[in-house]
Design a protein around this ligand. Sequence first.
Ligand code: NAP
Length: 248
Amino acid sequence: MGLLKGKVALITGGSRGIGESIVLKYAQEGADIAFTYVSSEEKAQAVVKKAEAFGVKVVAYKSNAANYTESEALINTVVNDFGKIDILINNAGITKDTLMLRMSEEQWDQVIEINLKSVFNLTKHVLKPMMKQKSGSIINMSSVVGVFGNAGQANYAASKAGIIGFSKSIAKEVGSRNIRCNAIAPGFIETDMTHVLTDEQKKAYTDNIPLKRLGAGDDVANACVYLGSDMSVYITGQVLSVCGGLNI
Ligand code: NAP
């Protein structure tokens, strides 16, 4: 359909799961794509091949989103390689689930650094080129857990709630420069992150979802197409839930 034709997107964590779905959907819609990974070199190259089949430019970069200096270097490299960045999708994230009484300082710090500080790192450095070109769309991957909380995920919920406050603040700071910033709050999406759950646990979640199924990466990727495209030019500072109605 070409909804993203002529646009350049940078997507963190594009080697697997939701990030891979976003890369492929964006390629299908005509965007040129830079995406990152930290360890899945082979998977990343396989995603590049699949996405290139849509006739767009795709490059995978090994870059730790939690690292401030690496993130600055990444933005500079992508602007150099692609000429601009129209859309930034802060998708990279991890879980280190456990109850509060058992949670170590390391489990807290890792989740906050990879899920939340990464959003600061990439946004901070992409704003300069976006301000120069007087346009941009930033999409941050939050979670329904950031809105409602979840036992055993205090670190993860705090990081995802932080992303919502961050996104709304950035929307207010840079709206006058024609830069938009929104968050997406997925519900339960089938990826490596959720494969650790037993069938019984999955059934219990499904029973509570009005649409009676778990989500797919493509469900989230479609929302990313909308928020990255010019279809959403008057939408900023919002949280779009992609959760099958789990939050109603
Ligand atoms: P996933 O399947 O575990 O994939 C995670 C991706 O993030 C991989 O590409 C991984 O790269 C990358 N990554 C991890 N740490 C990174 C770092 N420090 N720097 C750069 N990239 C890094 O996860 P997912 O389920 O697709 O989740 C994607 C996002 O959606 C996350 O922010 C997650 O919190 C959010 N989310 C997921 C769900 C769900 O149900 N799955 C629900 C709500 C929100 P490597 O392959 O190299 O490790």
